[in-house]
Design a protein around this ligand. Structure first.
Ligand code: FE2
Length: 354
């Protein structure tokens, strides 16, 4: 990478795709045919991996977790539910999401750049139905997204292949010589009574929670800096109030997730003037090449992000963001919290907007 050497404070906060560490033994279905080729990544925060020895790129609490899954064509992520929000950003491939206790309440097919927000406490699963390897980023709500609850059929099938899950979250794989420790309890499948209490999400309800990149409706003028040179951009509010200065930019999904998500689209040499904020912020380069300049104006450090690289910007630090590629760039921005994020702009920006 062409970056000058970053200070230690920033070095740990820039997570490049080459830094992601694949884990093939993260979950109960790791031995089950059809699901055994799934790779799980913990990028920011502990996520929900059931592997005690997983590698987490950045452990600092952000109010949300960022992870990823890489799955070859035909690979399935089994039915499970979460206590917190779960959002997927498709980085590559064609994916079929299903939901409901039997996975039969509906389906959503997503492709590159699309986003889906799955409601809490319903069963969901997904499959790479594309012709090639697929890659998804995931965002889970809260600092501690709790444990995954697996569908009863998933637990039974896993046991047939030597894997059981303990109540304390540990995964025991008898195929590699592990055994259930004395006194430990194996998780029991959800009862029919418990299953009957789970709400149903209709196809229409889920459709309203899918952001389709090709159908995006651009919003201009969301930010105070847009009258300045090199600050032209379009933005898309996907989840939560986000950081738009203009409150008329409505998000697609507005229930609380513990984070906001938006997409920024900018032509070459365009982006954001310098701003700072008091909430956690993660920038995820989806398309193109982005320069993020961090620190007091005149004394900045530059970070270059290419596709699938991320940075967690230190809270309260000045930052400016520019598409330095040769094509239209797309940048996903995750902000911590459910409240609108207030941006602090320089005098130059404030004066330009009057
Ligand atoms: Fe999940």
């Amino acid at each position: 990478m062409s970056n000058v050497k970053l200070s230690e404070q920033l070095e740990t906060r820039v997570i490049r795709k080459e830094d992601f560490v694949a884990d093939k033994t993260a979950f109960i279905d790791a031995n089950t045919p059809g699901s055994d080729k799934k790779e799980n990544y913990c990028i920011i925060g502990p996520g929900v991996s059931e592997n005690e020895n997983r590698v987490i790129n950045l452990e600092e609490p952000h109010g949300f977790n960022v992870g990823a899954a890489a799955m070859p064509n035909g690979c399935v992520n089994s039915l499970h539910l979460h206590q917190t929000a779960e959002v997927f950003i498709v980085a590559k491939g064609t994916w079929r999401f299903i939901w409901g206790n039997e996975g039969k309440d509906g389906e959503a097919i997503l492709t590159d750049g699309d986003v889906i927000s799955l409601p809490t406490h319903i069963f969901r699963g997904f499959k790479n139905i594309g012709s090639d390897d697929g890659f998804l980023f995931s965002i889970l709500g809260e600092d501690d997204p709790k444990k995954v609850t697996w569908g009863p059929q998933v637990l039974r099938e896993a046991a047939d292949y030597g894997l059981v899950l303990l109540e304390d979250g540990r995964l025991i794989d008898s195929t590699i010589g592990m055994s259930v420790p004395e006194g430990a309890k194996v998780i029991k499948p959800m009862s029919d009574e418990e299953l009957a209490q789970i709400r149903k999400i209709t196809q229409e309800e889920m459709n309203a929670r899918v952001f389709r990149l090709k159908d995006r409706v651009p919003y201009s003028g969301a930010y105070l800096d847009e009258k300045l040179p090199n600050c032209k951009k379009k933005s898309y509010g996907i989840i939560g109030p986000g950081m738009a200065d203009n409150p008329t930019r409505e998000p697609l999904v507005s229930n609380e997730h513990s984070f906001s998500l938006e997409l920024i689209e900018a032509e070459p040499q365009q982006g954001f003037a310098s701003y700072k904020q008091e909430k956690t912020q993660v920038l995820l380069a989806y398309k193109g090449k982005w320069k993020v300049s961090l620190g007091e104006p005149g004394n900045e450090e530059d970070v270059i992000l290419t596709e699938r690289d991320l940075i967690s910007v230190p809270v309260g630090m000045w930052r400016s963001i520019t598409n330095i590629g040769e094509e239209t760039g797309l940048l996903y921005i995750i902000n911590g919290g459910d409240e609108k994020v207030n941006l602090e702009w320089s005098h130059k920006v404030i004066n330009s907007s009057k």
